[in-house]
Every structure is written in C-alpha cells, then in structure tokens.
Write a protein that binds this ligand. Structure first.
Ligand code: NAD
Ligand code: UDX
Length: 469
C-alpha cells in the first residue's frame, strides 16, 4: 500500500480540529484538509486573527504554524474526500433523543451520512478511519454502506482509531499520547491499512505506544476507558458523601488510597460531578450495548456510575439550600465557573448547568462568571435546561458578569463549579466585603484554602470534608 500523502478529516470539532492540526504539524509531507458542514465553524478556523471556534491551550500556536502550509479548513467536503488517501470520520455521536434507544444509544446519523457521502463521491480507493466514539461493530455497518454504494475499482479499508485526548490538555495529550490505538480487520489488507496509519503517527509517537488490535476490541476499548475513568470519579464522589457524614476528609482518603500502586493517584479528585460530552454519553452507550446483548446485570453495573453522578450534583445543590437556612428564594447565588472543567470553553453536560437550574427552580437570583464560556452559550444552555421558562423571564433571574468580583457582589453565597485557577487567586477579602452576611462559600472543586477563607469571615463548605462552617 503506498504511503498516505493526503488526509481528509470530516468534522472540525473538538476532536477533528486539534487532532488533525497536530497531524499536519508533525507531518509536513502530508496535506491535511479538515472539512465541516458548518460554514461559521470553518470560517472561525480560517479567521485572520486566529479566533478559533474552540478554546484549547496551545492550539492557536499549532494552527499558526501549519495553516496554509499543509493544513487547510474547508466546506468543500466532496473535493477533499476525492483527493484524500485516508479519511478520518470525526463527527459528533450524541446520545439519541428520540426513537429506539432514546436516552442511551448513540445517534449514529452523522457517522452514517458522512460514510454515505464518502461512498457517493469517492472515485479512488480510501482508508476510512473511524475517529468518532461509536458502539462496538459500527465499523462493520460503515463497511457494508461503503461497499454497497461505491463506484467500481474503489476499495475501502476501515480502521478504528478512537481518540483519548481530554479537553483542556488536548495538545499535550496529542503530542505525547499514553497510547494510540488502531483497530483493523486481521486480514492482509486490514493489516496493510493499519500499517499506513501507524506510519503517520510514527512521525512523532514512539512505536511501542502505537497499539494495533482487532476492530471490535478497538471500538470497545474506547467505551471501556471512559467508563472506567468515570467510574473512578463516581467512586470517589460516593466516598465524599461518607466523608461529609463522618468527618473524614476526601483529599486525605483519596491520597491514601491512591498511594497503592495498583490504584494510582490520578483521577481521584472528588467534585460536584463529572461533565463533558463524553463520559455520560459513552457509559449510556455501554449500558445500551449491554442491554442489547442481553446482559442486564452488566448494564445495571455501569448505569450506577451515571446515577451516582446525578446524585452528587443533586446532593450539592441541596447542601447549598440547607446551609442557607433552607431557602434561597430571592437570594443571590454567585456561580463561579460554567465550563465542565478548567481550560476549556466547552459546557456540554457541565455540572454548573444542573446547579444553576436547581437554584433557579428554588427562585434564587443567580450571577454567573466563567473566563472562557461565551455568554450566548450560557443563555442557550439554560434555555435548554429550563424549556418552560421564556428567555425574558430567565434574564430577570440570571445575571452574567465579566469578572469574578462583579459576580460575587451582593451575593449571599459563592458556589465554585469549575476549577479555574483564577478562582483560587481572587481577592477573597474584597469578595467578602461586597457580599451580604453571613457570607457562604461552597467549593465543589476542592479549590480554595478553606482555613484562609474562614479567617476572613466566610462560612465555608467543601465537598467531601466533614467539618463545615
Ligand atoms: P463536535 O460536535 O465538536 O464536532 C463534530 C463536527 O462534525 C461538528 O462541527 C459538525 O458540524 C460536524 N459534522 C457532523 N456531521 C457532518 C457531516 N456529515 N459532514 C461534515 N461535518 C459534519 O464533536 P467532538 O467533540 O469533536 O466529538 C467528535 C467525536 O469524537 C464524538 O464521537 C466524540 O464522542 C468523540 N470524542 C470526543 C472527545 C472530546 O473531548 N470532545 C474526546 C474523544 C472522543
Ligand atoms: C474525557 C477522557 O478523559 C478522555 O480520555 C476522552 O477522550 C474524552 O473524555 P474530558 O471529558 O475532555 O476527557 O475531560 P476529563 O479530564 O476526563 O474530565 C471529565 C470530567 O470529570 C470533568 O468534568 C472533570 O472536572 C471531572 N473530573 C476529572 C473529576 O471530577 N475528578 C477527577 O479526578 C477528574
């Protein structure tokens, strides 16, 4: 199989954009074109002032170095498919909202339409790489669609190459991945296609970190990795509830547990709950897969990880109401952070959305500040979370500010929903002066120095810490 010289990536989102920009940077001999149906997203990737459609530390530098050299962003999907030797399919696979499997199964509509497009317009053989996270055996459906619709003399080899980057650290994760996983059919043609993709990554990833496995193992490994990561957070969050009830400290417990080399210290940080576009979606997908395979006990096991996460969010909003003398009606609650984690502007499944919704349903006034999330995004998320509340009513109850200090002014309580570093360094004395008294802080991210805040006068509640006030 000749070496790949032209790559197309269908989907210019959080995964397709950074992943293929890094491939372009590291492989100057390969032309990489990232395409999308969404014109405004492509315009943002091409913007002269590098106002990229996603915020990701280090991304702008990568795009500056490669764009126009061998990295291109375009809406000419057909032209880019036609010239490519290898095509990444990196489109969204959200949880289905209606129909069979609603609320659990992945919506594969975008993957299917991208696949059909490839079949329709390709005039030469292609390696088609499933980059999106998909249920086990999706590659088989893609192969059937491609083979049934392709023109003569077009051969398609399908690979699975799931992406493990985390938002906020995507560039570092892509530069130095723990592993690159490539799944292929174990036929001579499948192995040759896999080797062609290995050669691309081998431009910067050590070969021992590039794992070649069967197609179905690769697809399942992605769901498994996310399920096990989320399971760690739900486990530590379940323990955080016990800590609060007993006077133990979740930081100390996680530290002690993580010292066991079989468990390890990472990803054991208690929080107000995990968010992001992947964890919940991928676990629900695994639950659906298990049910479809008539494995109800397995499905129940994984479902519990999501149930615990919902419980953690609910428990946190209830603590806020309880501590504020059982009512927050008419009180101002300042919510610091709206993104699902620090160093991203992404709000998909952010726990902050659930918290703000709960506070609004209790008829509180809510101020929100996030250093990266667009105000329009916050309005859109809240409108979706509270579909029965018209936007003008929402706008009377919610105030979005441009600084943390403004956000906390005249509030009864500050709620830390995202672990942005700047919240640790706020002038807490100034915050205290501007707030109504007693002034409460609820730290859902183990971020602040509780002792220091208490010495200023705050009443502080930290997730997973027994002692309160
Ligand atoms: P996204 O919504 O940010 O981007 C997907 C893009 O695909 C959108 O811009 C959309 O317009 C485009 N698109 C959809 N159908 C198309 C079509 N037929 N032709 C051209 N463009 C089309 O999604 P994302 O966060 O980049 O996720 C993509 C996939 O990667 C998902 O399966 C997700 O589960 C997986 N994933 C995401 C992350 C993450 O951190 N976001 C990490 C690993 C894996
Ligand atoms: C995740 C996976 O980590 C990544 O490998 C996969 O490719 C996509 O899904 P992402 O969702 O971008 O990445 O971020 P991640 O760092 O995993 O955080 C997910 C959520 O868990 C965030 O809300 C984060 O705040 C929370 N979290 C993470 C905790 O609450 N505690 C932790 O110890 C770690």
């Amino acid at each position: 199989m000749p070496a790949v010289t032209k790559v197309c990536c269908i989907g210019a989102g959080y995964v397709g954009g950074p992943t293929c920009a890094v491939i372009a940077l590291k492989c100057p001999h390969i032309k990489v074109t990232i395409v999308d149906l969404n014109q405004s997203r492509i315009d943002a990737w091409n913007s002269a002032d590098y106002k990229l459609p996603i915020y990701e530390p280090g991304l702008e530098d990568v795009v500056r170095r490669a764009r126009g050299r061998n990295l291109f962003f375009s809406t000419d999907i057909d032209g880019s498919i036609q010239e490519a030797d290898l095509i990444f399919v990196s489109v969204n696979t959200p949880t289905k909202k209606s129909g069979v499997g609603a609320g659990f199964a992945a919506d594969l509509n975008y993957v299917e339409s991208a696949t059909r497009r490839i079949a329709k317009v390709a005039t030469s053989s292609k390696i088609v790489v499933e980059k999106s996270t998909v249920p086990c055996r999706t590659a088989e459906s893609m192969r059937i669609i491609l083979e049934a619709n392709s023109s003569p003399n077009c051969r398609f080899d399908i690979l699975s190459n799931p992406e493990f980057l985390a938002e906020g650290t995507a560039i570092n994760d892509l530069f130095k991945p723990d592993r690159v996983l490539i799944g292929s059919l174990q036929t001579p043609e499948g192995i040759a296609a896999s080797n062609a993709l290995v050669e691309i990554y081998a431009n910067w990833v050590p070969k021992e970190r590039i794992l070649s496995v069967g197609l179905w193992s690769s697809e399942l490994s992605k769901l498994a990795a996310n399920a096990m990561l989320a399971q760690r957070i739900s486990s530590v969050n379940a323990l955080s509830a016990i800590c609060e009830a007993t006077g133990a400290n979740i930081d100390e417990v996680a530290h002690a547990v993580g010292y066991d080399s079989r468990i390890g210290p990472n990803f054991l940080r208690a929080s107000v709950g995990f968010g992001g576009s992947c964890f919940q979606k991928d676990i629900l997908n695994l639950v659906y897969l298990s049910e479809s395979l008539h494995l109800p006990e397995v499905a129940e096991y994984w479902k519990q990880v999501v149930i615990m996460n919902e419980y953690q969010k609910r428990r946190f909003s209830k603590t806020v109401v309880d501590m504020l003398f059982n009512t927050i009606t008419g009180k101002r609650i300042a919510v610091l952070g709206f993104a699902f984690k620090a160093d991203t502007g992404d709000t998909r499944e952010s726990p902050a959305i659930t918290l703000v919704r709960d506070f609004l349903l209790e008829k509180a006034h809510v101020s929100i500040y996030d250093p990266q999330v667009e105000h329009a995004q916050i309005w859109s998320d809240l409108s979706e979370a509270l579909p029965l509340v018209p936007l003008p009513n929402l706008q009377k109850q919610v105030h979005i500010t441009s600084s943390a200090l403004d956000c906390c002014k005249d509030a009864e309580a500050v709620v830390i929903a995202t672990e942005w570093r700047e919240f640790r360094e706020i002038d807490w004395e100034a915050v205290y002066r501007g707030m109504n008294k007693p002034a409460f802080v609820f730290d859902g991210r183990l971020l602040v120095d509780a002792q220091k805040l208490r010495s200023i006068g705050f009443k502080v509640t930290v997730i997973g810490r027994g002692e309160q006030l």
